[in-house]
Write a protein that binds this ligand. Structure first.
Ligand code: HEC
Ligand code: HEC
Length: 163
């Protein structure tokens, strides 16, 4: 019995593993072509390439999202929306103290209690939009790593979750 099953297992395992690898293939190559002709991932891009990518792939979509959410506050937005004054002096470091610090609770319970609307918007729309634009995996509750709230916001005493 056991010897009969083995070949099947040997067949299925590589198929399963390559399936998992393909579906979970991060980081994605979202940037311009590099020296070898292959597109670059966000992490491989240089400072100028990152700026251009922010301008073309992030800014228009983020501006549209914030504008459609609260036109009265976000009719006109620019790089300072996320980067604060740093954007004017070339400091684009994230996460940033320009944005309000969050609780540090990875379940986001305090945020859902205090700011239900913005927390929903961020979780359902902004985080997926940003992850896609940067070719990064969204924050995972299992690994507690990935692109999420703390990729932009600081926790009570500094960066959290590997950011
Ligand atoms: C919606 C929020 C948002 C807006 C708007 C935005 N950025 Fe960013 N930016 C980020 C985040 C988040 C990161 C960090 C990405 C990462 O590494 O995970 C980042 C990173 C960067 C970096 C790389 C910083 C580093 O340490 O290498 C540059 C450069 C940058 N942004 C430039 C810009 C420019 C220029 C604009 C305006 C055209 C802009 N950004 C608008 C969210 C934003
Ligand atoms: C791409 C960057 C980015 C990410 C990711 C992000 N935020 Fe924000 N957050 C912002 C910006 C920009 C503002 C608005 C700041 C402003 O208006 O000056 C903000 C504001 C907030 C505020 C303050 C709201 C208020 O009314 O004062 C809360 C709370 C908040 N975010 C929670 C979250 C939570 C929870 C997540 C994850 C689910 C998250 N954010 C993810 C950029 C981000």
């Amino acid at each position: 019995m056991i010897t009969e099953r083995r070949p099947i297992l040997l067949c299925i395992c590589p198929a399963l593993i390559s399936g998992l690898l393909l579906s979970g293939c991060f980081p994605k190559k979202v940037g311009p072509a590099g020296p070898d002709g292959k597109r670059l991932t966000w992490d491989m891009m240089g400072a100028e390439q990152r700026k251009t990518h922010m301008k073309t792939a992030v800014m228009p979509r983020a501006a549209e999202l914030f504008r459609s959410w609260r036109p009265e506050n976000y009719a006109v937005t620019d790089c300072t929306l996320c980067h604060g004054k740093g954007a004017r002096t070339g400091d684009f470091h994230m996460p940033t103290g320009h944005l309000p610090r969050l609780s540090g609770d990875w379940t986001l319970r305090p945020e859902f209690e205090k700011y239900p609307e913005t927390t929903r918007l961020k979780l359902d729309r902004l985080v997926p939009l940003m992850s896609e634009a940067l070719g990064k995996k969204s924050f995972s509750l299992v690994t507690r790593r990935g692109f999420g709230c703390y990729s932009c916001h600081l926790g009570p005493s500094g960066p959290l979750f590997g950011n």
